[in-house]
Design a binder for this molecule. Structure first.
Ligand code: FAD
Length: 413
């Protein structure tokens, strides 16, 4: 029997598998549906990866290769699609080379990443011509297949992929007329707003949306309108931009079909599995990490989180179960989700790390962690935005006998 099976060979799966091996698991297998390892990093030829971890600005493939080059004693099955996972830790997969397979594992790590929201998911009215792509699909066409997707583009959504693609299309000779964002703030990292839009004079229309796509065979233009606080278009504010391409960067959805199929509880706020402090899901012996748990902004955090998952999976496979009382972590004012959602203090060491996103843009506020009314910890922040993942580290000694901890954003008094 395999000690640890890791599903997905992106940065999360790679870090988890290496960590499982380094923490004593003797048989570790990575299963990846693509023909090579690296996940989404393979199409991210821009730099900006690994600043925290390696103190270097690497491209996506360079970052992936730091891990893919360290896989001794790890079995890799590429071109292999996992079809089903069961809670008694059987993995059913299929590949051209091996056909249908059933593998049993002592522990499983889910690292399937996420996929992009499409036009259908956000229901943009208008014609259905060619030339509407998700930003990630366009990135793949451009960076891997070598096809230019258009010459005159408008980008809907200011998530990081859209911002990166605004720059990429411009560098390849296209004119990017605008990046249009429904919310009053950008969904991407500040560094990407500066380096990908401002440096190239691409206008960012906040609180705007595309209300119609025009064109019969190919996109010919879009109608854009301002939106009110209810996010609905305001009549009379419409204007048109001629373009042949619309790129959508309107959010990512963790790829949890396998998780759901196994009956593992999913947090509707993250769209990923509920997890404990060591990234174990609520199904014993099944762990999850990376974008399949929650959408990360930086790959460095994906690797760190996945190393914890891999180490915990190895421990579980070697017979060491994580036990102890459970503290639920709840979202207070201004917090849209936290990961983990549950902490077992006896399994934490001296501190527990919490990752979360905020609902709005905040300046000079404090993050509080409370046990009922009692303040457990607080952290001042000069600036926070929904596009940037936040993290705090809470000393376990301060948690006392709490059954529930609430994380909130409060004004500094
Ligand atoms: C366009 C883009 C630009 C980015 N830019 C930056 C940046 O500049 N800096 C930065 O730090 N981060 C950046 N990121 C974020 C970073 O790349 C991601 O956080 C990271 O790739 C997530 O890793 P992952 O392993 O969870 O997911 P992925 O990289 O998506 O890997 C998941 C893997 O699982 C496989 N898989 C899924 N389902 C199955 C199945 N059923 N069977 C077998 N295999 C399966 C997939 O094929 C894939 O290889 C960017 C992300 C994107 C999308």
């Amino acid at each position: 029997m395999t000690d640890v099976i890791v599903i997905g060979g992106g940065p999360a799966g790679l870090a988890a598998a290496i960590s499982a091996r380094d923490n004593g698991a003797s048989k570790v297998v990575i299963i990846e549906r693509d023909t090579c390892l690296g996940g989404i990093l393979n199409q991210c030829i821009h730099n900006g990866f690994g600043l925290h971890r390696f103190k270097e600005e690497l491209s996506g493939p360079e970052y992936a290769s730091r891990f893919a080059g360290n896989l001794e004693n790890i079995e890799v099955l590429t071109d292999t699609m996992v079809l089903e996972v069961t809670t008694d830790r059987v993995v059913r997969a299929v590949s051209r080379q091996h056909g249908y397979m059933e593998l049993s594992a002592k522990a499983i790590v889910l690292a399937m990443g996420c996929r992009e929201r499409t036009r259908g998911a956000i229901s943009i009215p208008g014609d259905r011509p060619a030339g509407v792509y998700t930003a990630g699909a366009a990135q793949r066409y451009l960076n891997i297949e070598g096809y230019m997707v258009g010459k005159n583009a408008v980008i809907l959504g200011s998530g990081d992929i859209g911002l990166i693609m605004a720059r990429r299309m411009t560098l390849e000779g296209a004119k990017v007329h605008a990046c249009v964002e429904l919310m009053p703030y950008s969904g991407g990292l500040t560094r990407n707003i500066v380096q990908c839009l401002e440096d190239f004079d691409i206008p960012l229309y906040l609180s705007h949306t595309i209300t119609r796509i025009h064109g019969k065979n190919r996109v010919e233009g879009v109608t854009i309108a301002k939106v009110g606080p209810d996010r609905k278009p305001i009549a009379g504010t419409e204007f048109d931009i001629e373009c042949d391409t619309v790129l959508l960067s309107v959010g990512l959805i963790p790829e949890n079909e396998l998780t759901r199929g196994a009956g593992i509880p999913i947090d509707r706020r993250t769209n990923g599995a509920f997890v404990y402090e060591n990234m174990e899901t609520l199904s014993e012996g099944i762990f999850a990490c990376g974008n399949v748990v929650h959408v990360h902004d930086l790959v460095d955090y994906v690797s760190a989180e996945s190393e914890r998952a891999g180490a915990a999976a190895a421990k579980y496979a070697l017979g060491e179960k994580a036990l102890g009382r459970v503290i639920a972590v709840e979202n207070g004012e201004g917090v849209s989700y936290t990961v983990p959602q549950y902490i077992r203090p006896e399994n934490c060491g001296k501190t527990a790390s919490l990752f979360f996103r905020v609902r709005n843009v905040y300046r000079n506020v404090r993050i509080t962690v409370r046990n009922g009314e009692k303040l457990v910890a607080s952290f001042n922040r000069e600036h926070m935005a929904p596009g940037e993942m936040e993290s705090i580290v809470i000393p376990v000694s301060l948690m006392g006998d709490a059954e529930k901890l609430t994380v909130s954003i409060e004004e500094v008094k």
